[in-house]
Design a protein around this ligand. Structure first.
Ligand SMILES: *Cc1c(COP(=O)(O)O)cnc(C)c1O
Length: 355
């Protein structure tokens, strides 16, 4: 039997687990790298585009890559309770892995700004869900304070094991393409993921598994773009709630990834995000959540601004961080309406233009 058993099992020698470590896994990772030929045609570029569809992780986002490591290590250290601040996906993931490990999970969420799919996951996995009258940054401050004073393990991406698990995304991309891509487009919120991918690309390069490293192209939402603006944003706003963060924990590492790779961190407006979100669903059959589409919105912007040479062959990867079903409200809001008829064949033929 050769069953895939999750990314810790698969990339064990790159991760800080011991032989006897009991792994907490939901078989996360091993997500598809989908070629986006229609998008390539639409953008009229020579390079091939690939979508790293992280929505296909067990709880529907890339957070599972870090969470399998964070919960495995928390369990190993004897923790009984884990805590996180979350815009939604971290809480869904933490709740699921904690349930599997037999641990209590406490999640702090910004009031009223969490997508429904994510909330339902945290509740179903029996986390203690606490909503505060504040934003993600306020919630994260509280979590940091509590986890320093009490025997509760923090599983936000400040937990180094989170980043360690998440770097596996870069390994998978190189394993699939045979080398690193030329460009890596990624949404940036708390900036843990861009940090992790850059680490993963570097590690694989150092081991000789890749001959090059990609330019790291990070995208924040314009209403919450502290790194682009060069200062904290006190009241971050964007419909892409997963990247609605005004003071990223891994700010400096994101800048390092940008500078070392010769890439950039830029911002995209909410309507550019929605356009990319729709384009992916309509042209490629790939449904991601709004925050995820920031990577593709970034690619579209970079092409239009001439930052990507249209005539140059190569590989471009866009990470789609979470599944579209996480946020059905935004999906329905940005779609055309359901057509209502009484129920006769004549009407039906009319609405489908076959009469
Ligand atoms: C967490 C998250 C992000 C942002 O990732 P960071 O590591 O915080 O930069 C982007 N998209 C989705 C869907 C997420 O859940």
């Amino acid at each position: 039997m050769n069953r895939y058993k999750g990314l810790i099992d698969h990339y064990r020698k790159f991760l800080s687990v011991k032989e006897e470590t009991c792994i907490v896994s939901l078989c996360e990772g091993n997500t598809p790298l989908i070629e986006a030929k229609n998008l390539k045609k639409e953008l009229n570029i020579k390079a091939d585009i690939f979508l790293k569809y992280e929505g296909l992780n067990p709880t529907g986002s890339f957070k599972d890559r870090g969470m399998t490591m964070a919960i495995t290590k928390a369990k190993e250290e004897g923790a009984k309770v884990v805590i996180c601040a979350s815009t939604g996906n971290t809480s869904a993931s933490a709740a699921a892995y904690a349930a599997r490990a037999g641990m209590e999970c406490v999640v702090l969420i910004p009031d009223g700004k969490i997508a429904f799919g994510k909330l339902s996951q945290a509740l179903m996995h029996n986390a203690k869900v606490v909503s505060i009258e504040g934003n993600f940054d306020d919630a994260l401050n509280m979590v940091c304070e509590i986890s320093q004073k009490y025997p509760i393990v923090m599983v936000n991406s400040l937990n180094p094991y989170r980043i360690e698990g998440q770097k596996s995304g870069a390994f998978e991309i190189i394993d699939a393409l045979g080398d690193a891509p030329d460009y890596h487009f990624i949404p940036v919120g708390n900036a843990g993921n861009i940090t992790a991918y850059w680490q993963g690309y570097n590690e694989y390069f150092d081991h000789g598994f890749a001959k090059k490293k990609p330019k790291m192209m990070g995208y924040q939402a314009a209403g919450s773009a502290p790194i682009v603006l060069g200062h904290k944003v006190n009241n971050p706003e964007t419909l892409a709630t997963a990247i609605r963060i005004g003071n990223p924990a891994s700010w400096k590492f994101a800048e390092l990834a940008r500078d070392e790779s010769g890439g950039l961190i830029d911002m995209v407006e909410d309507d550019e995000i929605i356009l990319a979100y729709q384009l992916l669903s309509r042209l490629e059959g790939v449904f991601c959540e709004p925050a995820s589409a920031a990577s593709v919105a970034g690619l579209i912007k970079a092409v239009h601004e001439g930052k990507i040479d249209k005539n140059k062959k190569g590989n471009i990867v866009c990470v789609l961080t979470g599944h579209g079903l996480k946020d059905p409200d935004n999906a329905i809001k940005s779609s055309k309406e359901v057509i209502k008829i009484k129920g006769t064949v004549k009407e039906l033929l009319q609405v489908i233009n076959l009469s």
